[in-house]
Design a protein around this ligand. Structure first.
Ligand SMILES: [Zn+2]
Length: 248
């Protein structure tokens, strides 16, 4: 499977932060019937590739591994969807100015602990002619997927009854990376000293989250061309109906 497969669905990114875009991978979240945008391993890898979490080479490797280990790939989708709901609850609480549920914060902290094991400091610039004293000397990078997979397989197996039941299915290295990147994005947003407010789209049933980076902090819609436009049309028809009622 080639990178072309990853464009099967083009993700609309209106969140303003990776963690919010991740929450927005389900459509019509507040309706009875939601629209899953990320329900297959290829879609999940496609999202990560389109958002830059996985490079071209990493996305190709992830596709190959997902095809080879389909059970682990399906588990990645299940874990991603569960983590998405955890994050949604945390970020919705943030948008409403209330604390998140302790169980949700604990789940995010578990992902952050896994993310810490995958992060590496690397020299910020390889350019020899750059002024060595300007800017940070190091930056954060992710451990190569192959390293992450190796590290995982070297981990001692589960003890006792779990061991007797056979080794637990481990989360694929590419999926660990995706969830780690999203968790770090959420932590950065939640610890920012003066972040733009997190808002939920005012569109009926939409439920998408975004950072309100407008100057007057009055952004209401995930997208003007989508929910914003629908609301405008509704107001238009309501006005027409009202006028028709008055004239009759
Ligand atoms: Zn919307």
């Amino acid at each position: 499977m080639s990178l072309d497969a990853l464009q099967d669905k083009i993700y609309i990114r209106v969140g303003g932060a990776l963690c919010l875009d991740f929450c927005n991978t389900v459509g019509w979240r507040l309706r009875d019937v939601t629209y899953e945008l990320m329900g297959t391993p290829v879609r999940l890898i496609g999202w990560a590739w389109q958002t830059g979490v996985l490079s071209d080479e990493e996305a190709e490797a992830a596709l190959a591994e997902a095809a080879q280990r389909s059970e682990a790939a399906e588990m990645a989708c299940t874990e991603a969807a569960a983590f998405r709901e955890t994050l949604f609850r945390i970020l919705l609480a943030r948008s409403e100015g209330r604390p998140a549920a302790p169980a949700d914060t604990a789940a995010l902290n578990r992902r952050l602990a896994e993310a810490a094991a995958l992060r590496r400091l690397v020299p910020a610039s390889a350019a020899a002619d750059a002024d060595a004293t300007a800017g940070p000397a190091y930056r954060w990078a992710w451990a190569p997927l192959a390293d992450a997979a190796g590290q995982e397989s070297r981990r001692p197996g589960p003890a006792g009854a779990a061991a007797a039941a056979g080794p637990a299915l481990r989360l694929a290295a590419w999926a660990q990376r995706i969830l780690a990147a999203v968790a770090v994005s959420a932590a950065e947003l939640l610890t920012a000293p003066e972040p733009p407010p997190v808002r939920m789209c005012g569109g009926e049933g939409c439920g998408w989250l975004f950072l309100d980076e407008t100057r007057n902090r009055k952004r209401r819609w995930c997208s003007m061309s989508d929910c914003g436009n629908r609301a405008k049309q509704r107001r238009h028809y309501a006005k027409k109906a009202h006028e028709a009622g008055e004239s009759s």
